[in-house]
Design a protein around this ligand. Structure first.
Ligand code: FES
Length: 151
């Protein structure tokens, strides 16, 4: 097993715990890399294609390394009604990446999430946990520019 993932040793290596192993890696690394797939396959004694299948089946697992700024666009009911898909489109156009992707500089990544718990501010997004609400196109682009200028 790759040394980078030695913390897997704290988990039972029975394949029953394969998902727990993946969750643990994502907790440490922020995503599931190609090396992580190989390490999990080796540790739980399953073919790597099977691990890849599990990772792609469950939406909770990310295959791209998150950006320095992780943008979470809320697509809960209240935000959806108030235009969350447009917000996602505006961000995608501005940054040149789609849902689930990270930009080439590693600065921004985008994900859609369920309710962020502040529906009265819909539509809402958060960046590294900081919430921005009542968004329109102008406000959304301004927020992105501020983060970009901060590097
Ligand atoms: S639905 Fe978006 S914050 Fe609740």
């Amino acid at each position: 097993m790759l040394e980078q993932f030695s913390y897997l040793k704290e988990i039972d290596s029975s394949r029953t715990y394969l998902i727990k192993g993946l969750q643990t890696i994502q907790g440490h690394e922020g995503y599931i890399s190609d090396d992580a797939i190989l390490a999990v396959a080796e540790y739980f004694s399953v073919p790597d294609v099977e691990v890849e299948g599990v990772v792609s089946f469950y939406a909770q697992f990310k295959r791209s390394k998150p950006g320095k700024y992780c943008i979470s666009v809320c697509d809960g009911t209240a935000c959806h009604i108030k235009g969350s898909t447009m917000i996602l489109d505006w961000i995608s156009t501005e940054l040149g990446i789609r849902d689930g992707e990270t930009d080439a500089e590693g600065l921004f990544s985008i994900e859609t999430v369920a309710c962020l718990g502040c529906c009265s501010l819909a539509p809402v997004l958060s960046i590294n946990g900081k919430v921005y609400g009542k968004l329109d196109r102008k406000a959304t682009i301004k927020i992105l520019k501020e983060y970009r200028n901060n590097g």
